[in-house]
Write a protein that binds this ligand. Structure first.
Ligand code: PMT
Length: 402
């Protein structure tokens, strides 16, 4: 697996002839399992089309502050989303603006908002490259903590031979891979982690079911985080539109609570850590009609029977496994979460309450409270689900070490 796998990369393209090479760079990143968001300076659109890059990156490409009339491209959100930003090609003009804090386009505003590591790959003609202003701008950018991807020597667009060619896409990919390899903690290396995600669908008839609002995002983000930290992950998920292309994650799709029960028990013995983020239906229709039910009566009653409690069943047979549950509550949150922790024989519970704005189903954010086996309580801030996933893994490792 490549180290960029699962990473979120912003590729900022400025207006130089080397922009044509970004098509193969995007392909390499996507093939390596990265998510790529392309942001182009207006000048770069003369060298390669946004459509080409949108097709290759499988995402819309942003070029302007305004996406369409009245819809703003939020450069702060984009910058916070990314694990790394790479500006390639970085022209003399864009380097000068970056070095001096100018932000007259979306790419530069995103750069100024970025908290992630920023790489830049200069590309220009040799005399521009050796000009003292360019040299000083590059030095300034490096002194700010940005990482320069060195230019290559060779034939330039002018026909001259010299230093100033943008590094090749394969080289830039290697730089990113090496960076993530050095900076990944690998603290879950060798661990088998089983994660449940999404809703379950309990069929009523061939066209209807009982379900809930879970999108699967919380579980998928935990799976990505665990895989990025070296775990082998089995992700057992109910119906969702989410996908993962991280080769460390084996996805198993299920429909109902009974399917999920079976899938969890099949892998439980070899698991080291199990995290139950799925919203599993507590009840299912007692009988499932074989044909579509007709609307003949004014009232219609469905008799429900209890589904198995999956985590409780795992808690009852666990030997070495570290078992983590979620609690989704609407009242008496801490008390109910503690009671679930105990009843299901969990090692840790992650409480989220629908009373907290931005927490729970469907949203890109969550606000959680950890409660450990000794009933120690650790409330957390509202964060992106990606960051909540990091906190969950950190908390598990703290408790696991004990
Ligand atoms: O998917 P998203 O849109 O990102 O939303 C995330 C989420 C809100 C679904 C997630 O953060 C969450 O809270 N998941 C658990 C939801 C839930 O069903 O909570 P619960 O309190 O009803 O269940 C407690 C625990 O027991 C959960 O870990 C659940 O997976 C598990 N359970 C529940 C029922 C059952 N029959 N078997 C179980 O194992």
């Amino acid at each position: 697996m490549q180290n960029v796998s699962g990473k979120k990369i912003i590729l900022g393209i400025s207006g130089g002839i080397a922009a044509y090479k970004t098509a193969s760079f995007v392909r390499l990143l996507i093939k390596a399992g990265a998510q790529v968001q392309v942001i182009m300076s207006p000048a770069s659109c003369a060298f390669i089309t946004p459509l080409t890059l949108a097709t290759l990156s499988k995402r819309p490409v942003y070029t302007e502050f305004e996406k369409s009339f009245g819809e703003w491209t939020n450069h702060v959100d984009l910058a916070l989303w990314a694990d790394a930003m790479i500006i390639a090609p970085a022209t003399a003009n864009t380097l000068a603006k970056m070095a001096n804090g100018l932000c007259d386009n979306l790419l530069l505003a995103t750069y100024l908002s970025a908290k992630c590591p920023v790489f830049f790959a200069p590309a220009m003609d040799l005399d521009m490259f050796i000009h003292p202003s360019t040299k000083s701008n590059i030095q300034k950018l490096v002194s700010y903590g940005n990482i320069e991807i060195e230019t290559a020597f060779g034939e330039l667009a002018s026909g001259l031979i010299g230093q100033g060619r943008m590094a090749e896409p394969e080289f830039m990919l290697n730089v990113l891979n090496e960076y993530f390899s050095k900076n990944s903690s690998n603290d879950l290396k060798g661990k088998q982690v089983v994660i449940t995600a999404g809703p379950t669908y309990e069929p009523i008839d061939p066209v209807r079911f009982i379900g809930n609002h879970s999108t699967g995002k919380m579980g998928f983000d935990i799976a990505n985080e665990a895989a990025n930290r070296g775990a082998n992950v089995v992700l057992i998920t109910g119906p969702t539109s989410l996908k993962t292309n991280n080769s460390q994650i084996k996805v198993q799709k299920i429909l109902s609570a009974n399917d999920m029960y079976q899938a969890c028990h099949d892998v439980f013995e070899s698991a080291d850590i199990v995290i139950g983020a799925a919203a599993i239906a507590d009840y299912r229709p007692k009988t499932v009609a074989t044909q579509k039910i007709k609307k003949n009566d004014e009232e219609f009653t469905i008799v429900l029977e209890k589904n198995p409690d999956i985590l409780a069943s795992l808690g009852a047979i666990k030997t070495h496994q570290f078992l983590v549950g979620f609690a989704l509550e609407t009242e008496n949150e801490i008390e109910y979460a503690k009671s679930k922790l105990k009843k299901k024989n969990l090692d840790l519970i992650v409480l989220n309450s629908l009373n907290d704005k931005g927490a729970g189903f469907g949203k890109p954010t969550n606000k959680v409270t950890f409660i450990d086996k000794d009933f120690n309580i650790f409330p957390q801030e509202l964060k992106s689900k990606e960051d909540v996933a990091k906190d969950i893994i950190d908390q598990i490792l703290k408790n696991y070490a004990k």
